[in-house]
Write a protein that binds this ligand. Structure first.
Ligand code: SF4
Length: 276
């Protein structure tokens, strides 16, 4: 590896997937964290002193989000009160294990944790639902109820914001899926960094411009503990096709992820202009 391109004098240990820069670990951490700080401050995502619930699944995205938000909150004195909020869908062999990682996050990052279960909220688990309806469309069902469960959890915690770990790849995939389905009306919502369900608690995506590969790299070099097993009920073939297409395109040109997001934003703005 050549020397770090930030001219810190150290040898580079990695190549940034997003920019191609060769960096040492410390300069990568700084660049990664600064970009998220820039995203937060440029979009004025949080008011000082706010209470923020972090939607925590134990996976890489929410683990990195919790770690970086805590770090930035202390470094730049955002004045945020951070709390972890997890949803237990009742999926044996998946959520029961990933919740152990969230418990670990709670201890490592010294944040309070609230867990809400489908069983308590709705009277059934996803295991029971899949037994009844089978594996077809179970994710549509589960996704709708998880969004509602997160909203109810955020209201219960009386927080001002609910942040989620949606990253740039997730958003680009959703833009692609909406275009492939001809559902352009959904572009606005999926590309917005902040959305409101009408319940007064905005949902915020601080990792909107953060590449998935860099999240994995950051977690690896920071030695963060996260849960990486896929849900046992995860067919979702359509998103899988969009993901494969995106990954193939990213190999040719990494900027394709940002280009798709920007195209989604532009198209939704044009639509809004035409409608108004
Ligand atoms: Fe629910 Fe599907 Fe996600 Fe599993 S993969 S947690 S069933 S939405």
């Amino acid at each position: 590896m050549p020397v770090c391109t930030k001219k810190c004098g150290k040898n580079a240990t990695l190549r940034r997937p997003k920019t191609g820069d060769t960096l040492c670990k410390e300069c990568f951490f700084e660049a990664f964290e600064n970009e998220i700080h820039f995203t937060i401050t440029r979009a004025k995502l949080f008011k000082p002193g706010s209470a923020v619930a972090i939607g925590a699944s134990g996976g890489k995205d929410s683990t990195v989000l919790a770690y970086v938000l805590k770090l930035l909150n202390e470094k730049y004195q955002y004045g945020l009160k951070l709390v972890l909020l997890s949803i237990d869908e009742g999926i044996t062999g998946y959520r029961d294990d990933s919740l152990k990682t969230v418990e670990q996050n709670k201890n490592d990052y010294k944040m309070p944790l609230k867990v809400l279960s489908y069983k308590d909220l709705y009277g059934w688990t996803m295991d029971e639902i899949v037994k009844q309806i089978g594996r077809k469309n179970n994710c549509t069902f589960c996704g709708v109820f998880r969004r509602q469960a997160l909203d109810r959890g955020a209201a219960h915690l009386k927080v001002d914001y609910l942040v989620t770990g949606h990253n740039a790849d997730d958003i680009a995939e959703t833009v692609l899926m909406n275009i492939l389905r001809g559902d352009l009306a959904r572009l606005k919502r999926c590309t917005s960094i902040i959305t409101d369900n009408g319940d007064g608690i905005p949902r915020v995506k601080p990792l909107k411009y953060t590449y998935e590969k860099e999240i994995v790299m950051y977690a690896y070099f920071r030695k963060l503990i996260y849960f990486s097993t896929e849900c046992v009920f995860a067919p979702n073939a359509y998103r899988g096709h969009a993901r494969t297409l995106l990954k193939d395109l990213e190999k040719i040109d990494p900027s394709v992820i940002m280009n798709i997001i920007q195209s989604g934003i532009f198209t939704s703005n044009v639509l809004m202009y035409i409608i108004s």
